[in-house]
Structure formats: structure tokens, C-alpha cells
Design a protein. Structure first.
Length: 122
């Protein structure tokens, strides 16, 4: 059975961009240059290998980039806010240890008098 993993970019603050392709506009948010490249590739009609260096130049450094048929403009930051009472993956307890020992009363043991022990040993 595999553990459910949470991508750290899901929990990070995201930079929001306005992408214009022709006369259409799209809001794109990304927590990393790689995530930005993944989201820009289909919009710009470019291969991932072509868009990755562009996304790295845009992410976190530039306010605006204009190309022949499309443009990207940074418009703000979307902060991650957890729901009330929600535990983030880093806050969950992942301990796999031994269970605490049961108290002696639960063993069903009977305590023998100390003189009974000395008689049985001889």
C-alpha cells in the first residue's frame, strides 16, 4: 500500500500571472518555475523544453514579458491559508512505535509471597 504524498508546491504561496494569448486572457498561478512552465506550455503552444527557460526567466524576476502572439504579466501573490483546524502534512504525527506496555494488573499475574520463592528454590 503506498502512502499518500502531498506535493509541496500545493502548500506554497503562488505567484499569479495574467497570460494573454491573442485576445484571450488566462489567470495562471505557480509556486515554482517548473509549475509555471507546465501551465504556460499549452497556452503558448510551445513544447516544455522551449518554455522552461522562458518560465525560469519570468518566475520571480520579471513583472512583464511580451512575445509576438502572447504576453505574461505578474499581478500578485496568492497566499496559502489552511482551513481552521486542518493539519498540514508536516503537522501530522507519523510515529510507528511499540504500543505502551500494559499495566501489571492486566497481565492476570498473581504475586507470590517472598517466602514461597525461597522454598521453591531449595
Amino acid at each position: 500500500m503506498s502512502k499518500k504524498r502531498t506535493d509541496k508546491t500545493m502548500l506554497a504561496d503562488k505567484i499569479v500571472y495574467l497570460v494573454r494569448v491573442g485576445s484571450r486572457e488566462f489567470d495562471v498561478d505557480a509556486a515554482s518555475a517548473d509549475e509555471l512552465a507546465d501551465k504556460l506550455a499549452p497556452l503558448a503552444g510551445l513544447e516544455l523544453a522551449e518554455i522552461t527557460p522562458i518560465a525560469q526567466a519570468i518566475y520571480g524576476r520579471a513583472k512583464r514579458f511580451d512575445f509576438e502572439h502572447w504576453s505574461v504579466r505578474r499581478v500578485g501573490i496568492r497566499r496559502f491559508v489552511a482551513d481552521d483546524g486542518a493539519r498540514l502534512p508536516s503537522q501530522t504525527l507519523h510515529r510507528k512505535g511499540r504500543k505502551p506496555a500494559a499495566p501489571v494488573e492486566e497481565w492476570g499475574a498473581v504475586e507470590l509471597p517472598s517466602d514461597a520463592l525461597s522454598n521453591s528454590a531449595s
